[in-house]
Design a protein around this ligand. Structure first.
Ligand code: HEM
Length: 407
C-alpha cells in the first residue's frame, strides 16, 4: 500500500547501510542493482564515528565469502550492529559468533535437538496454531497480520523446541521483539540491551532447573551435554538458549508477515496458491527468497584475501547482503517478480557455509504451515491500512500489517 521512497544509486556514498532508519524508511532495490553491476565489492566509508566496511552484493561473491572459513570469522560479531561497535559479547560462546572446533562441537550438540520426533511434533502443533490464529482472524475480519497471526507462530515452535512453559511465552515474545530491532524510530539502544539481558536471565534460570533432567528438549540437551567429558559453562548455556530464541523467533515472524503482504500485492500468485497450482514446498522457498528476514551476514577478514578481484585486508569488516544476492539477475530469472513456482531457487535467506542456519527446517515448516493454512481457510486477503517497517540494519520485516481476511 505504502511505497517507501527509493534510494537512487547517486546517493550511495551518502546513505548509511548500517542505519536502522535507512532500512525502515527507504527502498534499496536500485542501489543493489547498481552495486551488483558496477561495484560488487564496495567500500562503505566510515559514518558517524563508525568504521568503514566492505559491501558484497553479488550471489557468487556472497557464496565465496560464506564458504571461506580460512579467511573470514564471525567471532567479532556476525552483524554490522555489533561489528562496528566493538564486537559481540557472546563471541566464542554462542554458536553464531563462534568458529573452529568449538563451533563444530556446539553445533553437534544443538543438532541433536532437531530429531525427527521433535520436528513431527512441532509440525503438528504448528498446523493447529496456524489454523486457530487464522480462524480467529477470520472471525475478527479486520486484524493485524503481524500481531494477530505472525507473532505467535515461530514463538510457539521455538518454545516447543525449548519446552518453555506456556505461561512464560508472552513475556519472551515481548523481549525478543526488542532485542535486535525496534518498532520505533527513536527507541534508545538501551531497550535492546535490557531485552537481551532479560532473555539471558530467563534461560539461565530455566537451564538451572533442567540440569540433571532426562528431557530431550533443547534446554535439557544443552544443560546436560558433555563435550570431551566437560559440561558447557553457564555462559555458553545461556548464550545458546538465547541464540536459538533470537535466531528463531523474529526471523520467522517477518517471513510470515512478508508472505501475507507479497500475496496481497501479487493477486495472480494468491490465486495460484488458492487454486492449488503451486507446490507448497516450492512456494515456501520463494517466500523465503522474497522476504529476506535477515538482511546481511557480517564477517571479519582474518587474513588478506581477494574477493572478485578486490583486495580485502586482515581485520576488515565484510557485510554479505542477502537482500541483494537473492535478487541477483545472473542467478534468478526475473528476480524482481514474486513467483511461487520458481525453481531452481538457490536463495541465501538461511546463509551458507559453516554458519548456515541451524533452524532452517523449522523456518521452512513455519512458512509452509502458514501458506497451507491461508490456502485452505482464507477466501480473500486485503490490506486495509499502512504497514509499519521495523527499525533494524540486520532484521527486515513489519511490526504491523493491517489486513482483512474473508472466508
Ligand atoms: C543462523 C536466518 C530460523 C537458529 C542463521 C543465519 C541466517 C539465519 C541468515 C546465518 C547468520 C550468519 O551468517 O552469520 C534465519 C531465517 C529464519 C531462521 C530467515 C526463519 C525464516 C531459525 C530458527 C532457529 C534458528 C527457527 C532455531 C530453532 C539459528 C542458529 C544459527 C542461525 C542457531 C547459527 C548457526 C551457526 O552459526 O552455526 N539463521 N533463521 N534460525 N539460525 Fe536461523
Amino acid at each position: 500500500m505504502t511505497k517507501r521512497p527509493v534510494v537512487s544509486p547517486d546517493e550511495i556514498d551518502a546513505i548509511d547501510l548500517a542505519s536502522p532508519h535507512l532500512h525502515a524508511e527507504r527502498e534499496l532495490d536500485e542501489v543493489w542493482r547498481h552495486l551488483r553491476a558496477e561495484k560488487p565489492v564496495y567500500w562503505h566509508t566510515p559514518r558517524e564515528n563508525r568504521p568503514g566496511f566492505w559491501v558484497i552484493s553479488r550471489h557468487e561473491d556472497a557464496n565465496a565469502v560464506y564458504k571461506d572459513k580460512a579467511h573470514f570469522t564471525t567471532e567479532n560479531g556476525n552483524a554490522l550492529a555489533t561489528l562496528l561497535t566493538g564486537g559481540d559479547s557472546a563471541s566464542g560462546t554462542m554458536l553464531a559468533v563462534t568458529d573452529g572446533v568449538r563451533h563444530h562441537q556446539i553445533r553437534n550438540v544443538l543438532s541433536k535437538g532437531f530429531s525427527a520426533r521433535t520436528l513431527d511434533h512441532i509440525a503438528h502443533s504448528l498446523q493447529q496454531t496456524v489454523d486457530r490464529l487464522l480462524l480467529e482472524a477470520l472471525d475478527k475480519g479486520d486484524c493485524d497480520a503481524a500481531a494477530d497471526v505472525s507473532a505467535s507462530v515461530p514463538l510457539g515452535a521455538i518454545c516447543d523446541l525449548l519446552e518453555v512453559p506456556e505461561a512464560d511465552r508472552r513475556f519472551l515474545l515481548s523481549q525478543t521483539a526488542h532485542a535486535w530491532s525496534s518498532d520505533y524510530a527513536d527507541a534508545p539502544p538501551e531497550d535492546n540491551w535490557v531485552a537481551k539481558n532479560e532473555i539471558l536471565l530467563y534461560f539461565s534460570k530455566l537451564a538451572k532447573e533442567r540440569r540433571g533432567s532426562e528431557g530431550d528438549d533443547m534446554v535439557s540437551l544443552l544443560a546436560n551435554c558433555r563435550i570431551d567429558g566437560i559440561p558447557l559453562n553457564q555462559v555458553e548455556l545461556m548464550a545458546n538458549c538465547y541464540g536459538l530464541m533470537i535466531g528463531g523467533d523474529e526471523t520467522g515472524r517477518h517471513a510470515i508477515t512478508g508472505a501475507v503482504l507479497a500475496l496481497i500485492e501479487n493477486p495472480d500468485q494468491w490465486r495460484a496458491l488458492k487454486n492449488g497450482d503451486v507446490d507448497l514446498k516450492t512456494a515456501t522457498e520463494e517466500v523465503l527468497r522474497w522476504t529476506v528476514p535477515s538482511l546481511h551476514g557480517g564477517r571479519t577478514a582474518t587474513g588478506d584475501v581477494v574477493v572478485n578481484g578486490q583486495e580485502i585486508k586482515a581485520g576488515d569488516v565484510v557485510s554479505v547482503w542477502i537482500s541483494s544476492a537473492n535478487r541477483d539477475e545472473t542467478v534468478f530469472d526475473r528476480p524482481d517478480e514474486f513467483d511461487l513456482s520458481r525453481t531452481p531457487n538457490k536463495h541465501f535467506t538461511f546463509a551458507h557455509g559453516a554458519h548456515h542456519c541451524l533452524g532452517h527446517h523449522l523456518g521452512r515448516m513455519e512458512v509452509y504451515a502458514v501458506l497451507d493454512g491461508l490456502r485452505r481457510l482464507v477466501g480473500d486477503l486485503e490490506q486495509i491500512g499502512e504497514e509499519k517497517w521495523i527499525y533494524s540494519s540486520i532484521l527486515h520485516g513489519m511490526s504491523s500489517l493491517p489486513v482483512r481476511f474473508t472466508a
